[in-house]
Design a protein around this ligand. Structure first.
Ligand SMILES: Nc1ncnc2c1ncn2[C@@H]1O[C@H](COP(=O)(O)OP(=O)(O)OP(=O)(O)O)[C@@H](O)[C@H]1O
Ligand SMILES: [Mg+2]
Length: 579
């Protein structure tokens, strides 16, 4: 009934849970005193022995007790709020922290829509667990015990009978719990699946429309939505049924209390005031447990959501080291590097490479593993075997900041943020002046375009939606060029750029390679002809390395790739010349 891990994860909420139980208990004690006092007043009235003046102190005490109960109710609400708020804040901070730790490659481990659903709705579901369910759980253990002790002084048989009936509700909760747990796990599974499809389809709506596949996807989503509806209905059915059973026990129990108290009174075993107190208190025996039953179902939903939260928190993050870089990076060495994303398929096989200052290139057919090497070099994934050394030290021994500041991976699909060109560029170097910004803009040949717009204040929509593919890439490149990294990895960074500008940008990259380690990954072998060292990858194996001329002389894979591209490029050149 208590999720130990959940309670442990957010232990600073427990103080508020216990305070909540405390004030509810004080309120119960006040209620008991009120009931006994009212019972006594009723007896005195019945016997005509009441004296009005003697009633004033009792009335005064009753008033105080009612005010205390009012305060207790207010305090309980406040503690419940604090417990819930702390949990939400704590868990959201933990999720955020985890995402930061997972780093740039988090999306390989969990989908964005699942993170959003779990962090928003999932965490919200825990509000009831900590704010209401847990305090109620402790209170509904404490309240019947307190009442048992008090009633046992008045009439032991009534106290015993009521006390024996109390565990029926927890027993019914435990019985339903196992089934509910499975059902709710299914509910959350369906919920996140539907969320994934929804986000994916919205993001890909243009493509779906182009291929007229929207109708079919709509059908798929309808089926998923129907599954979700069915599981939701099952959850509601289970909740309503179990609540009906609990109602039966709770109100049946209260009725039992009434019957026992009446019969004990009629037998003359107890007086009127005692019978009156037992009748009213017998409902107090069961109401906390009945409330617990209602909260239990919402709390179970929270617990199922928390399983998803823990799945996220348990994803193994990269353990970064503590080394900082004191000197310049002049060497990166890859030794016997092997890697696979999924167990069945090896993507990299015993790769050995060595990068020094200058222009290095990795070439090979599509899917051969080039981008994977780039990912591993920039420490986005550490599940590899073999070694990657940076200045003779294991890459994994460096801090995240060292890696982020010194190894810059420039991919072809750099993300641009909503804001201005300036905002986006300053991410590369927050201290850059406008002059620095224009300098890199010129290097990537974006100056003419931006001058026609609002210059550095030109608007950029989310993910650069208002820019062309090439403009996005140039802006991404310009941002990277502002960084003071010592190692630059360009992964198809000029793939969307026209040949003339590409040649110009390659000059910039070549220039960069004069005092930095530059690794260029490119399909177009003409871009890497002048590389100081070329590595040819084929199906995850390093098959050749050397300078362009040496590789051509080998008359092997590189020669084949180069020849086939030459035929195409000459043909393209011929067409251009004719025009
Ligand atoms: N996240 C991933 N999960 C599983 N497999 C992956 C993942 N990313 C890449 N792969 C697989 O790893 C292999 C190498 O992919 P990689 O992206 O490194 O190729 P590449 O040489 O960069 O290709 P391209 O020239 O087309 O960019 C491919 O077979 C690909 O299917
Ligand atoms: Mg690639």
């Amino acid at each position: 009934m208590i999720d130990k891990r959940l309670v442990k994860e957010v232990d600073n909420s427990m103080k508020y849970v216990l305070l909540n139980v405390g004030v509810q208990w004080v309120s119960l004690i006040c209620n008991i005193v009120i009931i006994f006092s009212v019972g006594n007043i009723l007896v005195s009235t019945y016997n005509n022995s009441i004296v009005l003046s003697s009633l004033y102190p009792t009335m005064f005490i009753l008033l105080i007790l009612i005010i205390i109960r009012l305060f207790c109710a207010l305090l309980a609400a406040r503690f419940s709020y604090h417990a819930a708020e702390n949990v939400k804040l704590d868990l959201r901070l933990k999720i955020y922290d985890k995402l930061l730790k997972l780093g740039p490659a988090y999306s390989e481990k969990i989908s964005t829509s699942e993170v959003v659903q779990v962090a928003v709705e999932g965490v919200d579901q825990l509000e009831i667990y900590f704010g209401r369910y847990l305090p109620q759980l402790f209170y509904s253990l404490l309240a019947p015990l307190t009442l048992f002790i008090i009633i046992s002084f008045i009439n032991l048989p009534s106290a015993l009978i009521l006390f024996v009936c109390v565990p029926l509700i927890p027993v019914s909760i435990i019985l339903v719990q196992k089934f509910a747990k499975k059902l709710l796990a299914k509910y959350w599974g369906q919920y996140t699946t539907l969320g994934d499809s929804f986000l994916e389809n919205i993001e890909g709506l243009t493509t779906l429309k182009i291929y007229e596949a929207d109708e079919a996807k709509n059908e798929e989503m309808n089926i998923e939505a129907e599954h979700f509806r069915i599981v939701t209905m099952k959850v509601l059915f289970m909740q309503l049924n179990s609540i009906s059973v609990m109602d039966l026990i709770a109100y049946g129990g209260a009725a039992l209390g009434l019957t026992i108290a009446s019969s004990q009174y009629l037998k003359g075993n107890i007086g009127f005031a005692s019978a009156f107190a037992i009748i009213l208190l017998s409902s107090e025996f069961f109401i906390p447990l009945r409330l617990l039953g209602s909260y239990f179902h919402i709390a179970m939903n929270g617990m199922a959501a928390s399983d998803k939260i823990f799945d996220l928190l348990d994803i193994e993050a990269i353990e970064y080291g503590s080394n900082k870089l004191a000197e310049n990076i002049d060497n990166i060495e890859i030794k016997d590097l092997s890697f696979n994303y999924i167990a069945e398929k090896t993507v990299l096989n015993n790769i050995n490479m060595n990068f020094e200052k200058g222009l290095n290139a990795i070439v090979g057919e599509s899917g051969s593993g080039k981008s994977t090497i780039a990912k591993l070099l920039s420490l986005q994934n550490t599940d590899y075997s073999g070694l990657i050394n940076l200045n003779d030290n294991d890459l994994k021994s460096y801090t995240f900041e060292t890696m982020a500041n010194n190894v810059m991976l420039v991919a072809h699909n750099a993300f641009l943020f909503k804001g201005s060109v300036r905002d986006n560029l300053l991410m590369g170097n927050p201290n850059a002046s406008d002059e620095d910004l224009w300098d890199v803009i010129k290097q990537v040949r974006l100056d003419a375009f931006l001058n026609e717009q609002a210059g550095l204040d030109s608007e950029v929509m989310a993910n650069g939606a208002n820019l062309s593919g090439g403009q996005k890439q140039r802006l991404g490149l310009a941002r990277a060029l502002l960084s003071s990294a010592q190692v630059f990895i360009f992964d198809e960074a000029t793939s969307n750029i026209d040949t003339e500008s590409e040649a110009y940008i390659m000059d910039v990259i070549r220039n960069l390679s004069k005092d930095k380690i530059v690794i260029v990954i490119s399909h177009r072998l003409f871009n890497t002809v002048e590389a100081d060292k070329l590595y040819v990858i084929n199906q995850g194996h390093l098959i050749e390395s050397g300078k362009h001329d040496e590789l051509l002389n080998n008359q092997s894979k590189y020669f084949e790739l180069y020849e086939s591209q030459s035929v195409y490029e000459n043909f393209a050149g011929g067409v251009e010349n004719e025009n």
